[in-house]
Ligand binder design. Structure first.
Ligand SMILES: Nc1ncnc2c1ncn2[C@@H]1O[C@H](COP(=O)(O)OP(=O)(O)OP(=O)(O)O)[C@@H](O)[C@H]1O
Ligand SMILES: [Mg+2]
Length: 351
């Protein structure tokens, strides 16, 4: 197990700077998730930590030892990729045991270690099979087995579950969580999946355009996003963001639409409200009204999209699935004022 420290890391691909002065401390045993839009630099940062990619500026330390100039093998880190990259001609046993075997470990010890790991990952009955005889989830478990056999100081996962179907993803997500609890190995995990990020992470790092935008626990990021980017990135469906102005303490939308929102905060330019924090009611004067345009029924919940004539923007509201929805019906919207987010002209949170 290990702590990992990144200091002022920058990386260019020719004249394109893809990582911009990143500082990050990861504690021993922590599970850290990197999220951010496609192309923001998540994989590049992971590869820099593993040593697969050189950096142009800054340093990587593991347990306070500078490893910037060390090759991947000497960093004691294992990486698992989205594509499993198993050796096709080797069976499960040999795939898992490969790195130990090449490092010269005696057969008896190799046999014991592979079997221990196969047991943890429930692969003990499949040791003789070739990769082509395995399901996607089984292949992914072999790839994880291969990564943990060397008892790495840290695991790096780059979207390890994105090739799997929905049910397998849930199963593997729980396996990875269980593995982390059992082994306690420092883990960095890249994903596009909100549920994976929220459920696995001790700490989420939100990246955009090569920079860290916010670091926090899932709770902090969801409830206290520091800016509009994080507010809209974390949470599905996205937080509704509405431009506003203030008159006598009340928030107005589109200059003249009064809402039931009262605040003492000043210079509020936008308000954010999650779909779960809006109720619909009969349309009345002096609150926001609109027409229901679409409804997405998901069984355990439903999302309705309401046109309140706000710059072609529809407001999304999460409702009890038992509520009968009539398309084009006019409804009123009540915002739960305890769960509102206020943003400045520069899209920064106002606390
Ligand atoms: N070998 C390379 N040569 C040139 N540019 C590269 C190279 N690898 C990555 N890039 C660029 O660096 C940026 C960051 O890429 P990276 O793969 O780290 O993004 P990512 O956040 O992992 O994206 P995704 O979510 O799509 O996997 C992108 O603009 C990408 O085009
Ligand atoms: Mg990537």
């Amino acid at each position: 197990m290990a702590s990992i420290t990144l200091k002022n890391i920058s990386k260019w691909f020719s004249d394109n700077q893809v990582i911009k002065n990143i500082d990050l401390n990861i504690r021993d045993g922590e599970f850290v998730v990197f999220v951010g839009p496609s192309g923001c630099g998540k994989s590049t940062l992971l590869r820099i930590i593993s040593g697969l990619e050189d950096l142009d500026n800054g340093s990587v330390s593991i347990d306070d030892i500078d490893v910037t100039d060390k090759i991947p093998y000497d960093r004691g880190i294992s990486m698992v990729f989205q594509s499993y990259a198993l050796y096709p001609h080797m069976n499960v046993f040999d795939n898992i045991g490969f790195s130990l075997k090449t490092s010269g470990v005696k057969n008896k010890i190799l046999d014991k270690r592979v079997k221990e790991i196969a047991k943890i990952l429930q692969l003990d009955n499949l040791l003789h099979r070739l990769p082509k005889q395995l399901s996607g989830g089984q292949k992914q478990r072999v790839a994880i087995g291969r990564a943990i056999i060397r008892k790495p100081k840290a695991f790096l996962f780059d979207e390890p579950l994105s090739n799997l179907d929905a049910a397998l993803r849930v199963e593997m997500r729980l396996e990875i969580s269980k593995l982390h609890k059992e082994l306690g190995v420092t883990t960095i995990y890249v994903t596009h999946d909100q549920v994976e990020a929220m459920t696995l992470a001790d700490k989420i790092v939100v990246l955009n355009e090569g920079k860290i935008i916010q670091i926090g626990s899932p709770f902090e990021l969801y409830n206290y996003p520091e800016n509009l980017f994080v507010a809209q990135f974390i949470g599905t469906p996205k937080m509704n963001i509405l431009e506003c102005n203030q008159k006598e303490g009340y928030i107005y939308l589109n200059k003249n639409k009064k809402t039931n929102i009262k605040t003492k905060k000043e210079n509020v330019f936008k308000i954010g409200v999650r779909p779960d924090n809006i109720e619909i009611c009969k349309p009345v004067k002096n609150i926001l009204n609109g027409n229901i345009k679409f409804c997405e029924y998901l069984g355990s919940e439903q999302y309705v999209y309401i046109d309140c004539k706000l710059k072609n923007k529809l407001i999304v509201v999460k409702l009890d699935p038992k509520i009968k929805i009539v398309l084009n019906e006019k409804v009123g919207l009540k915002f739960n004022s305890s769960y509102l987010h206020f943003f400045s002209e520069n899209d920064v949170r106002i606390n």
